[in-house]
Design a protein around this ligand. Structure first.
Ligand code: ADE
Length: 257
């Protein structure tokens, strides 16, 4: 899969995405991530790509032509193969796992990052297919948001993670949160790993994970659970976990003053 990030700060994007799992996926040729400097398309000696706002207002706005030329530079020229273009913006639809999965199906994504007060609307209308936000807050620019989007999408691309199970059981993938996980030692600070985890019974472990995932979702993100059709039987089991957890809390000795 190919990502072309159009930005005024290509180094920021490259530094983040060149490391770790994504860096290795790029080395293996599974991902191609290009950061294109919009300033290279300024058309002037100073690399100036912004100007004051018509109609008044503070700050500067990125101009149409440099953004448009940067966009054209990553298009193949074949109009039937236009890449899908997203604009990072706090006005966009908030990124979800489902959205990321949908975006992971594109062969080539162009990700446009704004800075200063934003970008002239006319070029956005011409090249952008959808706006994406990473949350209801405002960042200084779209670069960090673009890295979040690329990271989230890339780990669903075949070959980036060692196996697809690595992410299929994770929080949000099945519409609910992942259950707690444990590693050695079996007992740490008087806390034992749940017995079932040491049982070797895979069906029981799977069911434990499913129910504890649902339980955690109920406690932490009830809004997510509302979207799932939980059976009466599962509710009984979730409430049983709640009783067990509340017993455990009672057993915790008081902390010495
Ligand atoms: N640019 C500025 N704020 C942003 C946000 N919350 N999401 C995506 N892009 C942004």
């Amino acid at each position: 899969m190919k990502f072309s990030v159009l930005t005024l700060f290509p180094e920021q994007v490259k530094r983040f995405l060149g490391e770790s799992i994504l860096g290795r996926a790029e080395e293996k040729g599974i991902l191609e991530i290009d950061a294109v400097d919009i300033r290279d398309f300024s058309g002037n000696h100073y690399g100036k790509v912004d100007d004051t706002l018509f109609g008044g207002g503070t700050g500067m706005l990125m101009q149409c032509e440099p953004v448009y030329q940067a966009y054209l530079s990553v298009c193949s020229g074949d109009d039937t193969k236009k890449p899908h273009c997203i604009f990072m913006s706090p006005k966009g639809a908030v990124l979800t796992q489902e959205k990321a999965r949908e975006l992971s199906k594109y062969e080539h994504l162009v990700i446009l990052c704004g800075h200063y007060e934003g970008i002239d609307q006319r070029v956005l209308d011409e090249i952008v297919d959808e706006d994406i936000s990473i949350g209801d807050y405002v960042l200084t620019g779209g670069e960090v948001a673009a890295c979040v989007v690329i990271d989230c999408i890339s780990r669903m691309v075949d070959g980036v993670l060692p196996n697809s199970e690595a992410y299929e059981e994770e929080s949000h993938m099945q519409g609910y949160l992942e259950a707690p996980q444990y590693t050695k030692p079996n007992i740490w600070h008087d806390k034992a790993v749940p017995e079932v985890m040491l049982s070797g019974n895979h069906a029981k472990i799977k069911e434990w994970k499913r129910l504890h995932g649902l339980y955690d979702t109920w406690k932490r993100r009830p809004d997510m659970l509302e979207k799932l059709d939980i059976s009466a039987e599962d509710w009984q089991k979730i409430l049983q976990i709640e009783r067990e957890e509340s017993e455990k809390r009672k057993q915790v000795p008081p902390v010495d003053e």
